[in-house]
Design a protein around this ligand. Structure first.
Ligand code: KG4
Ligand code: ZN
Length: 341
């Protein structure tokens, strides 16, 4: 007997994008609507939580409506409502969770809460139909830097993480220091193309005794010290060289550790996920290293790397299939642990 198609309406509002999507059978995106608040937060050099929550409230209804319209579907045709309930900014998460609960209750549909990072990992399933667990995954976002074994859909073993700043956070802080503004990742990516990655030897942090853990506060401080020193001595600095050299230091560590983990754990499939997975140098360097080691590299298109609801719809589908259902008491959990339900 052929299995019935499952349609998920998914909502994401954990940070500064208000997003909704309709996803069919966990892999096919029928609509993916994102209302970004970036321009608003750029004025302040970073995300202002209060403003983020208020903007989510303003936008969420129309974003959900557009997602249904673009998918050419009615709420009645939807099988379940998926929503990010953590981790993230509590006020921002609450808007999505309240919306999802209201819709699920009113339309009498099951509610499936999703971990934001499980969403990022699942973004890889959208365009890579051959990718199935188990595989190794490097998650690099604004809030997380994790090396995980994806044992099954929604089942993770974290083998390494950052001891301090997340990779994206380091990009954002360095970008701010060299005057590129927010969000820093894409701007450093672009500026680096004009710079020399070997101009300044910024440190590539190793964590003693933990081959899969990361630390990015050292390289960030090294950039700040470099800038201060130059300012005191009146030396001219080349911002493109700083951007390229910083990026080089971060990317080298990410590639080295991800490849080491894939090899040590015996995986021939490596995926990267999260906003920093957009980084063109990371993609190129990781691809090169994977080719050399006979590993297949997977990454989502940029639109599915940064925050979106399609990835939440993918993750919600696999949770739904497993029988996960949340009650009307579902709450936002700002520090939700990966793998917790
Ligand atoms: O996954 P994401 O959209 O949100 C979180 O869950 O945190 O990631 C956002 C992060 C930001 O720190 C942003 O600067 C970074 O991803 N990012 C990039 C690039 N595009 C976005 N970092 C490096 N290179 C990029 N091209
Ligand atoms: Zn994210």
């Amino acid at each position: 007997m052929e299995e019935k198609d499952i349609y998920i309406l998914a909502i994401e509002s954990s940070c500064d994008e208000t997003a909704a999507a309709v996803v069919k059978n966990g892999r096919e995106v029928l609509s993916n609507v994102i209302s970004s608040q970036i321009d608003l937060h750029t004025l302040y050099g970073g995300v202002v939580p209060e403003i983020a929550s208020r903007k989510h409230i303003e936008k969420i209804n129309q974003v959900v409506e557009s997602a249904l319209n673009e998918a050419n579907m009615t709420l009645e045709q939807i099988d379940a409502i998926g929503v990010t309930y953590g981790p993230g900014l509590v006020g921002a998460l609450l808007v999505g969770v309240a919306e999802a609960k209201a819709i699920a209750f009113a339309a009498n549909k099951p509610l499936v809460g999703v971990h934001h990072i499980e969403g990022h990992v699942s973004a890889n399933f959208i365009e890579n139909l051959d990718l199935k667990p188990p595989f190794m995954c490097l998650i690099v976002s604004g809030g997380h830097t994790h090396l995980v074994v994806v044992k099954d859909y929604g089942e993770f073993e974290i083998i390494g993480k950052t001891r301090d700043d997340a990779a994206g956070e380091a990009f954002d802080k360095v970008a701010r220091a060299i005057g590129l503004g927010y969000p820093g990742g894409p701007k450093i990516d672009k500026a680096s193309k004009e710079g020399n990655p070997n101009a300044i030897p910024f440190p590539k942090a190793k964590v003693e005794g933990s081959p899969y853990d990361f630390s990015f506060s050292g390289v960030k401080s090294a950039v700040l010290n470099y800038l201060n020193r130059a300012q005191m001595t009146g030396e001219e600095v080349n911002y493109a060289d700083i951007a390229a050299s910083f990026q080089h230091a971060v990317v080298d560590v990410l590639v080295e550790k991800a490849i080491l983990a894939a090899k040590e754990y015996g995986f021939k499939q490596l995926a990267i996920a999260g906003g920093v997975a957009c980084n063109t140098t990371l993609r190129a360097k990781m691809k090169e290293a994977c080719d050399k080691n006979n590993i297949t590299l997977y990454y989502p298109s940029p639109i599915y790397c940064t925050d979106n609801a399609a990835m939440i719809g993918c993750a919600a589908y696999y949770e739904y299939k497993k029988g996960v259902r949340h009650g009307w008491d579902l709450n936002a959990v700002p520090n939700l642990k990966l793998g917790e339900r």
